[in-house]
Design a protein around this ligand. Structure first.
Ligand code: G3H
Length: 323
């Protein structure tokens, strides 16, 4: 099956399964979340970052979610994704079938946003959208968390979990499920809570932002999400928690405009980048490669004083620039 074929052979006839029932009460969830927050230590690790454009491309969801996007723009997006070797194109439901048809025969997947961008649609609506997206051939679903339920004075953890588990039930692996937290709307503790619930519902990714509400991805949020995912997976291995069988990954999205933003997110532990600037990032990387070929070079260090240096030689002059 190619990556952009419907994940279920009979996806067109798929009947949405019944919604899941609650797993724990709100106070039981609250205790689990509190325990996770207590044991959470935010990693300062610098994750290895690829540099070659063709390697970076595999981390990128090439995204076009503007409400006024046209069919021609979606065709262009798909052509760019094919050329660059991006991981997926990320589009709204009305363009999934078009993107699938454009990308047939290529390894580029099609991600569809669900509940975009507020996240407050009821579960039936989200299930309908997810079902339609899968039937049209989406391979990944980026679902917006109903974040107002998490920010209530008494958060509705039960309701959030039922929603996530029901969507996972509708879209089992290998469909890749990402939960968009909209971190700009959440406190650090609420971000941890969302990670606990997503992991318990066996989501593949937690994702920072829609790009339509408040600030986008931040290093702090990505580090917190990545550390929480690692802790939850370790707890699961020890039989002590609610973590997914596999470690959840982190998608950074919103406001990632150039290579420097992209690099910082990968270094903090993101393994997927959602951006509408993918082509510019690739262009920038290629220009850097050309610079290096002209006689300069990249020196990347992890010394105490310098995080990394670019050695550039232009007209026989050596120049150092701290990055
Ligand atoms: O999901 C991805 C975001 O919508 C992309 O946001 P951006 O347009 O700020 O790159």
């Amino acid at each position: 099956m190619s990556a952009n074929q419907p994940p279920h052979s009979a996806a067109k006839d798929l009947i949405p399964p019944p919604t899941m029932t609650a797993r724990y009460t709100n106070s039981e969830w609250a205790a689990r979340i509190k325990e996770t927050e207590k044991s959470l230590s935010i990693s300062k690790e610098r994750h290895p970052v690829p540099r070659r454009p063709e390697d970076v491309a595999k981390f990128i969801d090439h995204t076009l979610l503007k409400l006024d996007a046209t069919g021609a723009q979606i065709d262009g997006l798909c052509a760019e994704a094919r050329n660059e070797g991006f991981k997926t194109v990320c589009v709204r439901l009305n363009f999934v079938a078009r993107a699938v048809s454009n990308l047939r025969g290529s390894p580029v997947g099609v991600a569809c946003v669900i509940g975009f961008h507020e996240g407050t649609q009821d579960l039936t609506e989200k299930i309908k959208e997810a079902h339609a997206a899968l039937s049209a051939g989406a391979t990944e679903l980026d679902i917006v968390l109903n974040h107002p339920l998490l920010t209530l004075p008494s958060p509705s953890y039960e309701e959030i979990y039922v929603e996530l588990a029901s969507l996972r039930n509708l879209a089992p692996s290998p469909v890749c499920l990402k939960l968009i937290l909209e971190t700009s709307q959440l406190s650090p503790q609420q971000i941890t809570a969302a990670c606990v619930l997503a992991s318990a519902a066996r989501f593949d990714f937690v994702k920072t932002s829609t790009g339509f509400n408040g600030r986008g991805a931040s290093e702090e949020d990505v580090r917190r999400m990545s550390s929480a995912a690692a802790l939850l997976a370790a707890n699961e291995r020890d039989g002590a928690g609610e973590g997914g069988a596999a470690r959840m990954q982190v998608k950074a999205s919103g406001g990632i405009r150039g290579w420097e933003d992209c690099r910082r997110m990968l270094e903090c532990g993101a393994t997927r980048i959602g951006t509408s600037s993918g082509v510019w990032i690739m262009r920038e990387l290629r220009e850097r490669e050309k610079d290096a070929e002209k006689g300069g070079g990249w020196l990347v260090g992890r010394g105490r004083e310098l995080r990394g240096c670019i050695l550039m030689r232009r007209l026989g002059v050596l120049r150092w620039r701290v990055v």
